[in-house]
Design a protein around this ligand. Structure first.
Ligand SMILES: [Zn+2]
Length: 520
């Protein structure tokens, strides 16, 4: 039995302290079809969990996900997904799908899992889970964006809050554990056919299936969001076709998305019927604040490289990596083949080969992909086996990255600054970034390492604390703030301002810690 580690491991750890739910796990098969979800609140009845309660629940689920080894903050793929997600979110706001209160109070955040199965799912509180397998299987940004737009619309239409309204009396952590468990079961046929049962879990299972009406609404609203954002509506249809083909080829468990989103002929027909409208821009609905199509949709060449990246990062089998490496070395290798080969060689620890392949890719790469090819080369040069391979190239890529505009540039440039002696001021760049993005745990961690390298211990320990707080690990954060306060007198007195911040922040996270203890 191969459980979805991303989703089930946190559940397991929580279950250890939850005799109540353990007792409820019996071997009663549960059908996961949509047909079960008949007793849902009707659409538009306005009832449901409050926005604040939904966000708290979402945060507690996110905290578990952040701790999971399958959680992946890959800056390159995060940037790419953000380039789809932000226009979609902007379009949803412009269309009025996301009222200001919802816009401000939910997280609207993507979380990536290394999982190679095709799946995406909306979680409470505005978190959206995306498997690498989904990114890898899509042939265009439109296809990927169509799934994101659909899931976004489940959130904006408050479908989750409506489903969960009956569960509100539950302790949030128990509710969170059940949601993770149901998602894991849904993602995996073995579990689906075996375990999740007991009155609570069964009712949770049926509560967690969106109704057909909700799916219809997410399709309809999602289609409007997609086209308003400037993507082609065709993405919905080709994605549906892709899923249908997979369904025909006997779902072997690699398409969990099919299980939560059965493709009825009605859904397919509905999306197809919208297409002529979408192809005529005037009839496509409001385009208020929307960028023109060419600006929103990333170039196909870039998508191909990012799908290749997702494919390689999701794969741990070295024989697959070797196979990709071989394809990339062939004379007919496409840019995506070269990208996959270079990244595979990097993961296999074959740095010179990885660099040579990346160079071949660079030589033929269209302008739109130069940025990610630079990032790939920098990533290769930062590998443990690449030390001294090409210090000149490393320095120039580092300097370019540190003047770049993307998060991946910033984080890769800062890592390069750590490993090269003549460091430009990466600390200042990270600090500027964190003023605007204070929840960026990886940026805090990178900053902490840079500060430690510069002998600034107090600042380094505080940054480490902030990295933990950003992922809702308040106990860990409080512990690090305490550690900062107990540094030597000399280390503390060197920076009175920072010490004052540490003092305030420690009290804040301790209060958050007490709050979550009260909720549980
Ligand atoms: Zn759906």
């Amino acid at each position: 039995m191969h459980l979805s580690p991303f989703l089930l491991r946190p559940l397991g750890s929580r279950l250890a302290s939850a005799g109540l739910l353990l007792a409820a796990l019996a071997a009663v098969p549960v059908s996961l079809s949509h047909a079960q979800s008949t007793a849902l609140p009707t659409l538009g009845d306005g009832s449901g969990m409050s926005i604040a309660a939904e966000r708290r629940l979402g945060d507690s689920i996110a905290r578990d996900i952040y701790r999971d080894p399958d959680y992946l903050d890959d800056p390159v793929l995060v940037d790419y997904l953000q380039s789809l997600w932000q226009p979609l979110l902007g379009a949803a706001r412009a269309r009025g799908d996301v009222p200001p209160e919802l816009s401000e109070r939910l997280a609207w955040q993507l979380v990536i899992s290394r999982d190679k199965r095709v799946n995406a799912f909306a979680l409470p509180g505005g978190y959206l889970g995306v498997h690498l397998g989904l990114v890898a299987v899509t042939d265009s940004s439109q296809e990927l964006a169509s799934v994101l737009a659909h899931e976004l619309s489940h959130v904006s239409q408050r479908h989750i809050a409506r489903m969960l309204s009956r569960q509100e009396q539950q302790a949030p952590w128990l509710l969170g554990a059940m949601i993770l468990g149901v998602l894991a079961a849904r993602a995996n046929a073995d579990v689906a056919n075996a375990a999740i049962a007991g009155s609570q879990a069964v009712s949770m299972q049926s509560q967690l299936n969106f109704s057909r009406d909700m799916e219809r609404e997410a399709d309809r609203v999602g289609f409007g969001v997609l086209t308003t954002a400037g993507f082609e509506g065709r993405g919905f249809v080709t994605m549906f076709d892709k899923l249908q083909q997979a369904a025909r080829l006997n779902d072997d468990g690699s398409f969990p998305y099919l299980r939560s989103h059965p493709l009825t002929s009605e859904r397919m027909a509905d999306m197809r019927s919208r297409l002529p409208l979408a192809d005529a821009p005037l009839a496509a609905g409001p385009r208020v604040g929307a960028a023109p199509l060419s600006a929103a949709a990333p170039p196909p060449a870039l998508h191909a490289l990012m799908a290749a990246r997702a494919r390689v990062l999701a794969e741990n089998a070295t024989e697959r990596q070797r196979a990709w490496l071989q394809v990339g070395q062939g004379p007919k290798a496409s840019p995506a083949d070269l990208y996959a080969a270079a990244l595979s060689a990097h993961r296999l620890g074959q740095a010179p080969q990885a660099l040579a392949l990346a160079q071949r890719l660079r030589d033929g790469a269209p302008a739109a992909t130069q940025g990610v090819v630079d990032q790939l080369q920098l990533e290769i040069l930062l590998g443990p086996k690449a030390r001294g391979l090409n210090d000149g190239l490393l320095a120039s890529l580092r300097d370019r990255a540190l003047t770049g505009s993307t998060r991946a540039d910033l984080l890769l440039g800062a890592q390069a600054a750590l490993s090269t002696p003549a460091s430009p001021n990466a600390v200042a760049r990270l600090q500027q970034w964190l003023v605007v993005n204070p929840k960026d745990a990886q940026a805090w961690q990178t900053l902490s390492r840079l500060q430690a390298a510069q002998g600034q211990r107090l600042r380094s320990v505080r940054s480490e604390a902030e990295a933990r707080a950003a992922q809702f690990d308040f106990a860990g954060a409080a512990d690090r703030f305490k550690a900062a306060q107990s540094l030597s007198a000399a280390e503390r007195s060197a920076d009175a301002m920072e010490l004052a911040i540490v003092d305030v922040r420690r009290r804040e996270v301790e209060e958050q810690l007490r709050e979550s203890a009260r909720e549980n």
